[in-house]
Structure formats: C-alpha cells, structure tokens
Write a protein of this length. Sequence first.
Lengths: 492, 551
Amino acid sequence: MKDKGMKEMSVRVSRFDPGEDQAPHFQTYHVQVNEGARVLHLLHAIHEEHDPTLAYRYCCGSGQCGSCAVRVNGEPVLACMEEARDGITIEPLELPVQKDLMVDLEPYLAVIPALVPGEDFVMPGPDAVEAIKPLRSCIECLACVSACPALKVISFAGPTAMREDLRLALDPRDSNDRVTEAVKAGLFTCTSCQACWKVCPKDIQIPGKAIEKLRALANKKGLTLPRHQDVEKLVRETGRSVVRTEPSFLEQVPEIIEPDGPVKATVGFFVGCMYNLRLPKTARDAMEVLKRNGIRVIIPKEQVCCGSPLIRTGQVDFLDTLMRRNIDAFVFRKIDTVLTMCAGCGSTLKNDYTTPFRVMDINELLTKYGIEPPARLPLKATYHDPCHLLRGQGIRDLPRELITQVVDLVEMPSICCGSGGGVRSGVPEEAAALAERRREAIDETCADIVISSCPFCEFHISEHTDRPVKNVTTLLVEGYREKDRRNAEKTT
Amino acid sequence: MYVYDPPYNKMRSAEFLDCHVLVIGSGGAGVRAAIEASGYGETILLSKTIAGKGGCTTMAEGGYNAVLREEDSCEGHYEDTMKGGAFLNDPALVNTLVGEAPDRMRDLLTWGAVFDVTDCSEVAQRPFGGQRFPRTCYAGDRTGHEMMATLMDRLASSGVEILQEITVIHLFKDENTVTGALGIDRKGGLLAIRSDSCVLATGGGTRIYDISTNSSSGTGDGYALGFRAGADLIDMEQVQFHPTGAVFPYDARGRLVTEAVRGEGGILRNAQNERFMSKYDPERMELSTRDVVSRSIATEILEGRGTTHGGVYLDVTHLSRSQIECRLPVMLEQFLKFGVDIRDEPMEVAPTAHHIMGGLRITPDGQSTVPCLYACGEVAGGVHGANRLGGNALAETQVFGKRAGEAAGKAKKRVKKIQKKEIETQEKRLSGFYTGDVLPTTVARSLQVAMWESAGIFRTAKELEKTLEVIKHLSSLSLKASGESNLAECCTVQNMLTAASLVVKGAMLRKESRGAHVRKDVTQTWDAQSSPYGHTWQNLKGSGIEKGGKA
C-alpha cells in the first residue's frame, strides 16, 4: 500500500551537534516518500531509514502547534504543511541552534506578553472580538522572528510580541498599558519590510495590522518619535515629506509629456516626495524611457505626499486630506491608470488607498507594453529588491526582466536595507547597521553597480556602498544612450 | 540531596528535584491542574514537548460544551452525555462535568480567552452531534488553540516551574503510594522529581493506530505509567473513531476534519451522491453521535460506495463563502494547502482514531486508585462512557484539571522517599536500549498497522486475539537506541505497546457492542441502557468486567 505513488527525493539537511561540531554542515540524503508528502514526512523518512539521531521538532502535524518551523531553501515554513520537493535544502530557523533543526524557542516565547486581568471583568463585545481574532491565530512558530531583519542588528521584542501587544491593547480585560510597553520594547524598530507577514503560516499582517496600529495608538498618547513628528509637521505645512532644496521634478516638467512615436498608453504619473525633491534626475530618466516607448504621461501638479511616512509611523490624522487631494488630482483628469515609480508610494496607493483608478508600478508598465531593446553595457549588476515592491506589491521578476536587457545580473538575498518604516529618521543606527549588511551582501556579489527601484533604498544604500546605485530606468536610459552612440558611430 | 554512583557509565547520574505537586503533561488538563495546584505549594509541570505546543488541546477545533443559557439545562447536558456515552459513563463524573463546565468557561474568559460572541456580547454556541441544544462554545475552528494560549498566559503568572521537553519514563512508589517521577531529557539526562502528590495529565493514545488525529504525544504514556504504578484502568476498549478525518495525501491521512463542519451544516454523501445518513439515523442525520456516523461512513466505504481515495464526501459548498471563511478558517486553510477549496468542492473524509474514552479510574476529585496519584483529562476514564460527545473533552480538561490540581494541592506534605533500586532498574532498562536491535519506529509502525486492521471500528474475538499476539511479539523485541536522544523514543514505544494491549484486552473482555466498541461476533439481546455489563477494568493484579450494569 505504501509503495503506491512513492517517489525518490534528494535533499540537503543542515546538521549540527554543538557538542561535537565546530559549525553546521550539510548532509545530502536520498529518501523515498509518498505522493503529496510534506517536508515533515521527509524528515521522518530520514529519521527512520537513514539516521535516527536527526533532531527536529514536531507535534500536531497539522499546522496548529507551531513546533516544526524550519527553513526550506532559506524561507521559513511549517514542515508539516510545506510540500516536500526534490532538491530542497532544509535548515533550522535563524535562531540559536540546539541540534540539527532544533532551535531555542524559549527566550522568544518568553517575551510574548500575557494578559493581566483587571479588577472588573468586562466581556469584549463583538467588535473587539472581530478586531482581536485575526491577531489570535498566531501559533508562535517564530518564523517571523527568524525572518525579521531588524532583530539581526538591534534587540527588540520581535514581530509576534508586537502582535500580542496590540491584541492586549484592544482587549478590555487587560489592565496594563500595552502601548507604552510596546514603545519600550522597540515598537519603532520595525522597518515595515513585511518579511514577517510573508513567512507567517497564518498570514497575519503584523506590520500593517499590528505595528502601524500600535504606532497610531502611541501617537494618541504623545509617544511618536520627535523626528517622525517633524515629518508630519512638514507634510501638513508643505504637502511634502521632504524639504525643498532644489527645483523639484514637478517644477521642471510640463503637465503632459507626449511620446516620440505612436501612443501605446496614457498614464497619470504619481511622482512621490523622494523623486520629486531628492532624486528628480532619476524621475526624468524614467520620463525619457516612457517617451521613447510610446507612453503618454500626464503629470498633475497639485499632487501631494501619498501619506506613507505618516501611515508607517502611526500619524494618521492628516491622511484623509492627502488621499482626497491625490485621488481628485487624477480623477479630475479622467485618468484610469496611475503610474508610480516609488515602491513605497506604489504600495501605499495599492494597499492603503481605495482608488477609482488602476495603480501600476513602472516595472509593470514597461514589461506590459514592452520596450525598445537597449544596448548591452559591459557591466555586472546586482539588484536590491525594495521591500515595498517585492512584498508590498509582489513584484519580483519584472525589474529583473528589464535589467537583464542591459547588463548581467548577479543575485543577492532579498533583505531590507533599513530605510523604511521611519527607521532611517527614527532609529538611524539601526538603519545604518542594516545598510551595512547590504553592503556586505553587495560586496559578495562582486557586482560593478547596484540597481534598485525605490528612491528610499537607492538613497540609503548609496550612502553605504562605494558602488554606483541606480534606478532601473536610469540603467535603461544608459542603455539607450549607448545604443544611440553606437548608431551615430555607424552612420558617421 | 543524596549521592550515589550510577552503575552504568553511559548514563549520567540523575538530578533530583523536590516539589509539592508534580503535574505530568502540558495540554489543557495538565496546565489547568498546575495553575490550580500552584495555590497550594511549589508546583512543577513536566512537559514532553515545549509546553503549550504538545498534546491535543491545542489541536482541538470545534468547541467546549457548557450550559450557559436559560433555555438549556444541566439535566439536558447530563442526559445527552449519558445517552451519547451508551450509559457506560460514571454518573458522578458526568454530574461534575456538566455542573462545573460553565464555571470553568468563566475562568477562561476572565483570563482572556477570545471566544466568538453574539451581538449581545454573550458567548456564542453552535450545535454539535448528539445534543438537544446548541451548547458548544467556540473560537472559530481553533477553540483548543485559543484555550491553550489563554492557559499558558495564566500559567506564566502562576509561579509554576515548567520543565520543557522531558519525557517521564517511570512513576516512583514507596510502599503503596506514588512519590514522584523519573524523567529523561533530550540528551539522555535523568531527572528524578519527588513530590507529595502527582497529577497524570498525559492525554490520550490513539497514535497506537495507523490513522489517527492525535499529536505526536498521543502515545498512551499515561495509561502505561499508571498501569505500571498499579492503578485501575477502566473501559480501555472504548476508542472513539472520529467520523471525519482527511484521506489524502497519504501522509496526512487521519488529520482531523472538525465536527464543526457538520455543526455548521456540512452534508455527507457517498460516491453515488446519496445522503446516506438517512439510512442510519434519519432523525439526527449528520449530527448523530460520532460512533454512529463513523460506523455509517465505514459501512458505506466497505460496501463499495466510497470515493477513489477511500472516503466519502463532506460538503459545505451550499454554505455561504463568508460563513466558511469566518467559522471554519483552519479547515479552509488546511484543505487549500492540499489543493482543495472547500468553498467550491467537497472534502473527502473517512474515520480516524481520535480519543480514548477509557483510562485511569478516578473519583470526581481526580484521585486514582493509587494514593497520591491523580489523573485528569483524556488519561482518565469514566466521564464519556462508551462514546464521547464532541465538545465534552475540552470541558473535561478544565473541570477535572482544576479538580485534580486542587485535590493534589491539598494533599499532605510528607517525607518522600525514592528507592535507589528503582532508579537503578530504570538505568538498566535504558542502557539495555544501547544493545537492542530493532528501531523503535519500526515497532511503532507494525503496531499501528496491526491495531488499525484488527482492533479498529469493527472487532471480533478472533481478530483481537491475533492482534494481542502481534503486540506480544513486538513487546518481546529488543528496542534499539542509536544515541542518547533516542532513549525516550524507546520508552514511548514501550508505552504504546502497553496501551495497545490494554485496549485489545479490554475489547476482549467486553462481549457486547456498546457505543464505540462493536463486536461483530457477538449477538446481543439488550440495548445500551439495559446492558448487564458495567466497566471493564484492568490492573497489575487482574482484569474483568463489572456486572449489574446501569439497568
């Protein structure tokens, strides 16, 4: 019976016995498992047929107890729910390893706060229960703790403890001041990179549904960081989250930019504060690429900050005003597609706004309508995935499709650079430490240049690496210029 | 602390700890017992897993039965439980259960449990099988998880010392009383704990079956430990097969598909699209008791009306998508992982070994028949009789966990002795595993298949005898530990063998069909209520079946 649908797989498993080994090493096993087997069953098969000393944890086998989280090809998963595949690498979570795949969960479980009942019992009403329930499905597998980049460089209670802090703050039965506790436990260290959410087997959106909500409650208590308050003041006064130090992009361009050739599409362009005021040249590069590729661009001049810096830091009072102004700016011009090139603005418009128009990132737009092939440049590039593009908008392959038309690409792991969530201004030493880790990863690739698709990442990383950091569209422009140069050479 | 030289140099010498109450097991009953006991003196909770993650409470999906409404009554809950249990239940235990389940629910709410509520902020309740009133309280379909999270919060502030990932391998005895327990950690280190009283809350043991809903810790450890310590066990033949377990993929067979699916309106159909429950229980249909639904499904499959995966259909596609998403989120998520969207297509299900109704004989205070040894939760017997109602187990963990913890806490302080010889015997047992020749996993696999094939839903004396021979043979094999970390595993497999033998012997003793126990080779002229038999019982000295029944 068991032979039916058996298949053989070859897997690499990280082995480590702190009593015997200096460092973890990989061992490859060839195992037979049943059709549809999970990673856990693969571990069982190794344990039963190859090595009974393989150490790993499991209990319920049905995704409910959170004992068996491991990393498969680097990504935290529940071994009991993740389908086993040939050729995978199984490693422990990025927590202190006890043996093989077993890690020390206890210190991280211990900092998850517990409810302290008040004197009078107040039964939570249906609204409170509905608000709390999504936060309660956590099975404390600690995949989020393993994946959190901030925890690698700074000590704080971690994503799931923050989740429980909000739950307790919403529960009328709890007697402690959870918001103040959360601030002390590191509420402002989260870069809102969303890594915790994306690895959560229960799909709990910790940054958006817990941390930002806690930051909003902290704001009500006057606990917002002074530097974040400054940004909010600036947005209220100028409509922008960045100070004007040079002519802005919006001041430099006409309201409509017609393409060179036939019109393939018309879009409204939402520039965002960083490209408008800090990196206007990059935004102009993007316009050049669009012009060359048949995209007609309408640029409403009355657009303002999308509000992302306020949402991420919990300062949401002024948000509705910003949203209305931005939506109106495009609706008045009957625009049905709004283009973003800032990953943060794009993620905000897509996820935090309810818009009557479609929002598209520039990587989506260019790959959808196709681009004139640029010349290849003799450079090796690496690509930094912006958190708000990769996890915020689910865009991974599209920028790579564009980049590889110009240069060779060497991959590096997708990890937050530290510029988001108000951390660059609020906790600069953490932002610097995360960028330093990016620098190390960039160095390992031996790439000549770094490409990204987010002004915050580009600006922040460029301060920490000696290599040029460029936007995807700047790279395309350079490819076009080289192409034009070569064509000019041919004709002369 | 007394010092001695361990006789076998492979073993590290045992460490000693003292406490007032020792609780073994970290599921709903164990943690509740520890919380209660901590009010009376130093309490240690020994957990085989990371506390809060092991056991079956955290996996329990459907709910917690408690009488909370004026239209409902404890008499009604009592009668439903007795009838569902084929009148084999101990009436005093049932009275305690139904009377105190509401109070223990209030404890959970006070400590922060987030149950679903009605628009008037009252705990919401849904219908479950075999009950005249919708009295099952729930937190979506992750009720047990919600309870465990709440209990762990409370435990953290109780002062209980929690010892993680220690497997208990022996209960110490002095004269007639239990004086503590011997545990083994992941590295093979021994830990001897002396206590004034000891609470067994080790949960159930349906991991002795090939297809089971239980977590890895459902290996019948408590039945084996209690039995070896001289306790009476009753009704061990009464094993509940939950009607709805997953049937594929192969390795996920048996995974629980909660009764809440039927509570919310799920319909059972065979491969010929017939709503077959109308043949077996036209009145209660899908919400008949679990024993009846399991037999009905098993019969449909045996008679060739099953699906290609060997199950029947359980369908909720007629329910609104929002009802499924809101009330059955875990089911939705689990089936999606296996490629089935239950909003659009039916599930395939078949019976799976779920719960052992039998266990240590206890008083309503959780006192076993051995002095200083208490038991609560699934390891105890008598509450559910011959068939447990869905929703009564979570209630049982709280009602009897609290009672056992309190009674153990009130136990007298005493001079606790551990005989040196007992530790030496255990060290010898463990070191024997280093020279064994059969892997424990191999033995466990053989046992599980034998139990499923011949001691499952339908039983005959002949098949049971055959199974007992298999168990005897497997017990005679010499288990092999490949390293210190495998010692506990060997002990656990021995526990599985003991528990399986108790189930099979109980099944041979009960020459009638009653509740979940069906003897196809016995024709009987009585129904459950007029049965001439009471509990089966087994202890180190003998075994038998009580006569005179409840009639």
